[in-house]
Write a protein that binds this ligand. Structure first.
Ligand SMILES: [Ca+2]
Ligand SMILES: [Ca+2]
Length: 396
């Protein structure tokens, strides 16, 4: 059996000057902003395995090696912060099957779009606690539906602390303020509530194991004035133009909703230009762009302009497009001192570009090599395994 690299270094270092033996001289550096290994964030917990935003899902992400877990936050009627992807809880809980709440079904405007269903804003925390989580993607495992409660932010923070102590490492928490304008309209503004809870846990500093994120801008600026915690400006888009590789825009995914409210016409895409990034650098510590802003994906088209069914499954979609030349976004952001945390990485073949040939690790490796500082994954185990491969590649 060959001698492992760490063993060999330890043996050599026993006979050399200790200061020269950190191992770092021979290791190729990470391309990240801080020179540390890129972070793996458990997107909505372990969304590839268990229903989104449950303590069980977060625990699984931690067990799989995630550095951070991600609760999306919405407010209940009584002002408690709970982990849900949307104020609309119809698709992610069993609320529609509960006769006692049938009369709560209603239509509400969320970011300018009329939605019909059940909304966290109309439920007290005690009522929310009677509901159980549902896997919202029909092609993922439905067998855990109806089993898990909806956690509060405090429960998520407690879990991260407890599991971190058990695992002997710090588990970060990466809350997203969901639809800040919606919550403000409903007199349930998220930001002060969020900072107050984080302060209870001592999370007030730049190096606290907490990063805050939002697709809106005004609330991040509001947070900047009140906390030293790291802030990430998320950058969304609506869809892909497989001809050009460009991100396309349609409401409500065309611009931050606070921009729409303010009558601004710029699109999300303006945020990832050097000028847009420079603006973000005034109030945030990093940018959280959707993946195609970093690696565009393009289809192949025949002479008549028809996109080709590359994988031959009879449908023409994302899985038939391939990654193309990366943009300069990571370098542009790093030049301004901004971290880059991108999303969302998923294992399923239908959620992978064709050139990764069904291997999700190939996608991670491409982004790690480009120097992303972190990424959100539905499958933290695959992300961590890919990072191990990347570490080896760098001789670490
Ligand atoms: Ca999120
Ligand atoms: Ca196809």
């Amino acid at each position: 059996m060959p001698v492992s690299r760490p063993t060999l270094i330890a043996a050599l270092c026993g006979s050399l000057v200790l200061a020269a033996c950190g191992g770092s001289d021979s290791d190729r550096p990470f391309a990240t902003l801080d020179g540390k290994q890129p972070l793996v964030v458990g997107h909505r917990g372990a969304a590839g395995y268990l229903p989104d935003h449950t303590l069980e899902g977060y625990r699984k992400a931690i067990a799989m090696g995630a550095d951070f877990i991600e609760p999306d936050l919405v407010a209940t009627k009584d002002g408690e912060l709970i982990a849900r992807h949307e104020p609309n809880i119809t698709a992610t809980t069993d609320v529609s099957t509960r006769p006692e709440f049938a009369a709560r079904k209603t239509t509400r405007m969320v970011d300018g779009v009329a939605e019909t269903g059940w909304f966290a804003t109309d439920f007290t925390l005690a009522e929310i606690k009677t509901l159980r989580a549902i896997q919202p993607l029909s092609d993922r495992d439905q067998s855990f539906n109806g089993q898990y409660q909806i956690p509060t932010l405090r429960e998520v923070l407690d879990l991260a602390k407890a599991e971190g102590t058990k695992a002997g490492r710090t588990i970060g928490v990466y809350p997203e303020t969901k639809h800040p304008t919606y919550h403000e309209d409903n007199n349930l503004k998220l930001e002060d509530r969020l900072l107050a809870i984080l302060a209870e846990y001592g999370y007030t500093k730049k190096d606290s194991p907490v990063i805050l994120q939002s697709f809106e801008t005004a609330n991040l600026k509001y947070l900047r004035a009140r906390t030293n915690l790291r802030l990430i400006q998320l950058v969304d888009g609506d869809d892909y133009d497989f001809k050009t590789g460009a991100v396309t825009f349609a409401a409500p995914f065309d611009r931050p909703y606070d921009w729409t409210r303010a009558g601004r016409s710029e699109l999300f895409g303006s945020m990832v230009t050097p000028a847009g990034l420079a603006e973000i650098a005034k109030y945030a510590d990093g940018v959280g762009p959707w993946k195609p802003y970093i690696v565009p994906v393009k289809g192949s088209f025949d002479a008549s302009g028809k996109m080709q069914d590359v994988n031959g499954d009879g449908a023409v979609n994302y899985a038939d497009a391939s990654s193309s030349t990366p943009t300069t976004l990571v370098a542009d952001a790093h030049k301004l001192g901004l971290m880059v945390h991108t999303w969302t990485f998923r294992n399923e073949a239908k959620r992978l570009a064709a050139d990764y040939k069904g291997d999700p690790k190939a996608e991670y490796l491409q982004f790690f090599r480009l120097g992303v500082d972190g990424l959100f994954s539905d499958f933290s185990d695959t992300a961590v395994a890919a990072r191990q491969t990347y570490l080896k590649e760098l001789g670490r």
